[in-house]
Write a protein that binds this ligand. Structure first.
Ligand code: MSP
Length: 501
């Protein structure tokens, strides 16, 4: 079984999960489900980033210890993912022992390789980013991401000698073209490396909330060095070497565009220093903006994904998030956009198709599904929809994959409008037409598994099929002509009741 492993970023637990976190996680879940549907041995990792100054400050503000604070917030992420049907295989918290052991091992390996040395640093630090900036990178004296003042920080710290890795990184990227997508992100990374890399501090003296440096317990590990290591500590590094060998390198890291440098420069260099293979792929996503701004607690424009699933259902929300933005570009969340996409694609197209097929089968075929025809005009359209959605899922394009799936839904609705089976008398031809429509719905149900697992299962049952839709493996399951005649077809409640603004 081919192995496919993927990760989301691990989220800061300074506040409850918001739409931006849900976005990246739902995209990851859809890819994980797509690969399972194809028979891959999937490992989907997510988790929480719990150390560092930002968390320490949030805990101070709440008047509790950082451990108690993170213990109260981390479960909110796990619960939100459960409610959003996120099928993660592992959830790592950076305060877990397995992670601390792995981080200590990684630090030691880089230290022994001679890539960690003591130095003094004075720099401009943004706590919200947990990162240093140069004067030139600031905008009007403020952090370019959070638009708020940075602090001057000076300390004697341990430094990772990133400057030594420029050529090795460039060589590696030259040998692995296409490993960062979209491709303009690869250009961004390589041109950044070519400008010369600066060493970065990997420890903090003034902070207690972190993982101690093994050979200098007065200092704790810089939160980004700690956090990046989650990708290996979760799969055995520092704990179970056999598991680590089986599970690394990871197939793909999903990351937001704001954390490219950490993931595509720091991280592979840290791994190279420790003698570990870099990741195979980085799929970089844009932001889901709200009113044109990045959502953050600091900006105060936070949308809670759990409020939306109360109104639109888990699948209505998942579908919107996956279909409305081309992964890689920025999207703009609006309530109006959500209502309009829900009504047009889900209520009027998919929901309507399922309802009208069931109605006609009930009225004209005694409620029993009929067989599709081998030479149906829908068969080529279905084949194309499968090919296009396969290519799109495999290249990290959920919106395109759903567009391809919807092309079959549109074509099936048009096919029915053309034949108007609701006006016809029962006949062999009518049975064929309805069999074709049922077969199209069967294929649609399978193709909907990654984005809308609940809907896929309901649809599957309504057209009279048994068992778990997600247990049917591509590509065989989606070849035309397999809908079995003779099963009861059910209309049920509307799959997606229309919403008004
Ligand atoms: N803890 C670090 C990541 C460490 S990974 C080793 C972090 N956490 S975060 O919670 O601030 O953000 C995590 C990811 O969520 C980032 O990729 C970020 O781009 C993404 N998003 C946060 N807000 C977002 C939006 N509004 N829209 C889309 N993604 C956003 O960075």
């Amino acid at each position: 079984m081919p192995r496919f492993s993927l990760t989301t970023p691990i989220y800061y637990v300074n506040a409850r999960p918001h739409l931006g976190h849900a976005y990246t996680t739902i995209v990851g879940d859809a890819f994980a489900r797509w690969h399972r549907l194809n028979g891959d041995d999937v490992h989907f990792l997510t988790g929480t980033d719990e150390h560092g100054l930002k968390i320490q400050q949030a805990a101070d503000a709440a008047g509790v210890s950082p451990q108690a604070f993170t213990d109260s917030i981390a479960p909110l992420f796990a619960d939100a993912w459960t409610r959003l049907d996120i099928s993660y295989d592992d959830f790592i918290r950076t305060t877990e022992e397995r992670h601390k052991r792995g981080v200590a091992r990684l630090l030691q390996a880089c230290y022994e390789a001679g890539d960690i040395e003591l130095d003094t640093y004075s720099g401009l630090y943004c706590v919200a980013c947990e990162a240093y900036f140069t004067e030139e990178e600031l905008e009007g004296g403020n952090c370019p991401v959070h638009k708020r003042p940075v602090e001057r920080v000076e300390e004697e710290n341990w430094f990772f000698r990133l400057s030594r890795f420029a050529d090795r990184l460039l060589d590696w990227y030259a040998k692995h073209p296409g490993c960062i997508t979209p491709s303009y992100r690869m250009n961004e990374v390589t041109s950044f490396i070519k400008q010369g890399l600066r060493d970065f501090s990997i420890s903090r003296k003034s902070l207690a909330w972190g993982i101690p440096i093994p050979w200098d317990p007065e200092q704790v590990t810089y939160v980004w060095f700690d956090a990046l290591a989650n990708y290996i500590t979760a799969v055995g590094y520092g704990n179970d070497d056999g598991a680590f060998v089986r599970n690394w390198p990871v197939s793909v890291h999903l990351i937001g565009k704001d954390i490219i440098r950490f993931h595509c420069i720091y991280w592979p260099a840290m791994l190279m220093s420790a003698g570990i293979e870099p990741p195979q792929h980085w799929a970089v996503g844009g932001w889901l903006l709200v009113g044109g701004e990045k959502m953050s607690k600091t900006t105060g424009n936070v949308v809670d994904p759990l409020d939306l699933i109360d109104d639109f259902g888990v699948d209505g929300f998942r579908y919107y998030v996956l279909s409305d933005t081309q992964y890689g570009n920025d999207g703009d969340f609006t309530y109006e956009g959500l209502v309009s996409r829900y009504n047009s694609d889900l209520a009027n197209n998919l929901g309507n198709l399922a309802a009208r097929v069931a109605t006609v089968v009930q009225k004209k075929c005694n409620g029993v599904g009929t067989a599709p025809r081998a030479d149906s005009p829908l068969s080529d359209i279905a084949r194309q929809a499968v090919a296009d959605s396969t290519a799109a899922w495999n290249s990290f394009q959920p919106a395109k994959a759903l567009e391809a799936t919807w092309s079959l839904i549109h074509a099936t609705n048009a096919f029915l409008e053309n034949h108007e089976p609701w006006k016809a008398e029962p006949s062999a031809e009518l049975n064929g037409i309805m069999g074709d429509a049922l077969e199209a719905l069967r294929i649609v149900a399978i193709l909907c598994v990654p984005a809308m697992p609940r809907t896929a299962q309901i649809l599957w049952q309504r057209i009279g099929l048994d068992g778990d839709v997600s247990a049917h493996r591509l590509p065989n399951s989606v070849s035309w002509g397999q809908y079995p005649a003779g099963h009861g077809v059910e209309k049920g409640n509307p799959l997606f009741p229309r919403k008004s603004l």
